[in-house]
Design a binder for this molecule. Sequence first.
Ligand SMILES: CC(=O)[C@@H](O)[C@H](O)COP(=O)(O)O
Ligand SMILES: NCC(=O)COP(=O)(O)O
Length: 263
Amino acid sequence: MNPLVAPESSAHGGRTALSVNLNKVALLRNTRHLGIPSVTRAAIFVLEAGAQGITVHPRPDERHIRAGDVTDLAELLKAWPHVEYNIEGNPFHNLMDVIRAVRPHQATFVPDTVGQFTSDHGWTFPDDAERLRPLIEETRALGVRVSLFMDPIPEMMRAARDIGADRVELYTEAYASAWGTPRQAEVLDRYVRAAEAALSVGLGINAGHDLNRDNLTDFLRAVPGVQEVSIGHALVADALELGYTETIRDYQRCIQRAFAPQR
Ligand SMILES: CC(=O)[C@@H](O)[C@H](O)COP(=O)(O)O
Ligand SMILES: NCC(=O)COP(=O)(O)O
């Protein structure tokens, strides 16, 4: 399959790109044999509303995103040349076969076990470094950007760069849990320092997990250089209430507020 042409991956006009994770649309679809809600229709709605990317996490157990969804979306996105396709997964499980076949713009390596409830930790260095290195090399040789799912630990960033990663995705569950509590500032500062460390070694920065309309602006205001946020669970939940179009517009307003001059 021809590789998707990677668009310029910089933040959009200095703003952070919104990549919508469609896992939960697929999860609902899989509870009947009717094919609805459609994953590709959801992608069309969110892209027409202004999302800049699509993310999927085809887990080995296919609890939500299935192999057919991955290829259907790759086909769809050929008509959206400026939209980024981000495929997440564990490269020691099924992800590499997907990357070789589809060649998305970005692969996000996530250290999940096969039956894991959800993603809940990043890679650990130096433990994981040498076994990841050849898979990062192969993925980049296919023209696919590599992002490593990481906890916000500044000391881990140089190792991520040294094994060839282009970006890190900061795992934001700890921030999301602390948001709105007295621990928010302290936890957010960990992400600021991790982002500064990543930038200092030449890594790009993505972020994701449990981000939502309440916590997104504060995160992007504080954490430097975030090029992409991938958001799924809360966004799809919002879309069930507001519709895809209004939901995407709301998330884009949250992003824009982060970059607006503060009064
Ligand atoms: C890596 C990450 O934090 C999420 O993108 C992940 O895809 C969530 O997986 P579930 O949607 O299966 O919870
Ligand atoms: N990488 C994070 C992602 O794609 C979506 O995470 P969530 O918003 O479903 O928690």
